[in-house]
Design a protein around this ligand. Structure first.
Ligand code: ZN
Length: 464
């Protein structure tokens, strides 16, 4: 690099450091932060996006009729301190980090933290509304690249035909030495990608649904130029990724039905063909499922929390391996024939209070049936367990691959053997009343990623 260019770049760096923060109190603007009402806005939607109480927002602006909101009207946003000027909001994209957003929008991290009352970076999850200075909101999103392990910034810059200082400036680094390996950098002066996320352009990550639900199945997909599946974690669970097609991996994971609603860390790590490692971590919100509660009074002799926990542990151990072969395809078929397939004496997830002494939830979906009603395989798989247990009676467990299992309890007869391959619709057993039950029925469980999940989802939806 010529010394003259270096001097100009250094001067620019110095000036940018001395320049005032982008949120300045321009002349004629109200001294408090405000939002300009856009066509289609409602007061409650604005209140939600800015995280303020509707009444507080109405009162701060002297609004008595919340239906009378005019496009272009300036609304004071109460409760935000130390910031002035026009504000707006945008949705946090998958992979966005505070550092990345601060770079892309040219807003100091501290300002974003203050505006969004962020206490930890984990509070920044995809889909969350992010409050921004309006001046920053229409900034173009730049393509992003990440640095290979040990690759100096100079080399990264040269490969993009950029000056290292251009990278330093665009990424608000204190100097060329400050870029750390695996850091995602913005490349100035190049065209914006069609979808803006905080991920490098070579990777596509999708997490479905955006917020995970207690007892439901979540899906993580990653497209990457790699033949080696990624590693990942969700809370305390390891994610098991398998190739869906060339360059695309998928992991399915159940959410524990009694998981405390809140934010759970999801991490994905992939090694690319060049040996570079990319690590992604972001919080996923877990929200409450719609489950009923019931109070059951059962004879004390049938209630044995210790034994229940013991059998649960046994099922957990049997459903822990994630078989690399995927046996199932498409939506599961109900394990009993119509009309019994629509008859459910009890649903999955119901919170159960036994005699006011033991609290748990219903880990499966119950189907009506008499002793002898045929039970069919809902999908292709391999039988991994048959046997009799104290509480669940005669039990069969089928492995469908990729960490997906189904279990059949209280049967009167088991018609398959361990190690046997079964196909959709095969007769595998008969409904009964074995184990601790009050009447004949089929208790059917679906396990995903070592967690019992809502079986109705698998009867209605295609995974993956
Ligand atoms: Zn049941």
């Amino acid at each position: 690099m010529k010394p003259k260019i270096l001097f100009v770049a250094l001067l620019a760096l110095l000036l940018s450091a001395l320049a005032p923060s982008p949120i300045v109190h321009a002349q004629g603007e109200p001294p408090t932060p405000y939002y300009v009402v856009q066509p289609g806005d409602t007061l409650s939607a604005i209140a939600y996006r800015f995280g303020v109480n509707l009444q507080t927002l109405a009162k701060a602006n002297g609004i008595t009729n919340i239906a009378h909101l005019q496009s272009g009207q300036k609304l004071i946003i109460p409760g935000i301190e130390g910031v002035q000027g026009e504000l707006t909001t945008r949705e946090v994209a998958l992979g966005d980090s505070l550092t990345g957003l601060s770079r892309a929008l040219n807003v100091p991290e501290k300002t974003l933290e203050r505006l969004n009352r962020l206490l930890t970076p984990y509070q920044l999850f995809a889909g969350r509304s992010l409050i921004l200075p309006a001046a920053a909101a229409h900034k173009t999103d730049f393509p992003r690249r990440f640095l290979a392990d040990g690759r100096p910034l100079l080399e990264a810059a040269l490969s993009q035909q950029l000056s290292p200082w251009a990278l330093v400036l665009a990424n608000h680094l204190p100097g060329t030495w400050a870029a750390i390996p695996e850091d995602v950098l913005i490349l100035p002066g190049t065209h914006a990608p069609t979808t803006a996320t905080g991920l490098p352009d070579t990777l596509t990550l999708s997490i479905t649904p955006q917020a995970w639900v207690q007892g439901h199945t979540g899906e993580v997909r990653l497209s990457a130029p790699s033949k080696t599946p990624p590693h990942g974690t969700f809370g305390k669970h390891s994610l098991h990724f398998f190739p869906l097609k060339a360059g695309q991996f998928v992991a399915l994971q159940g959410v524990f039905a009694l998981a405390e609603p809140g934010l759970y860390p999801l991490g994905v790590e992939i090694t690319l063909p060049g040996g570079q490692t990319f690590h992604f971590q972001q919080a996923i919100p877990v929200v409450r499922g719609q489950y009923a509660s019931e109070r059951l009074v059962v004879p004390a002799s049938l209630l044995d929390p210790h034994l229940n926990a013991e059998e649960e542990k046994r099922f957990e151990a049997l459903t822990a391996p994630a078989t690399p072969t995927r046996y199932w395809q498409g939506i599961f078929k109900a394990p009993v024939a119509p009309p019994l397939d629509k008859c459910h004496p009890s649903y999955f997830g119901t919170r159960r209070n036994y005699n006011d002494t033991f609290f748990w939830y219903h880990t499966g979906l119950d189907f009506c049936g008499r002793v002898g009603t045929p039970i069919y395989a809902p999908a292709d798989g391999v039988v991994v367990f048959t046997g009799t247990t104290e509480i669940h009676g005669k039990v069969t467990i089928i492995d469908h691959g990729w960490g997906v299992y189904t279990t059949y309890c209280h049967q009167s007869a088991i018609l398959v053997k361990q190690g046997q391959t079964v196909h959709t619709g095969d007769l595998i057993g008969k409904v009964g009343r074995t184990g601790r039950v009050t009447g004949p029925h089929l208790h059917w469980e679906v396990w995903v990623g070592n967690v019992p999940v809502e079986p109705l989802q698998w009867l209605e939806k295609r995974f993956p």
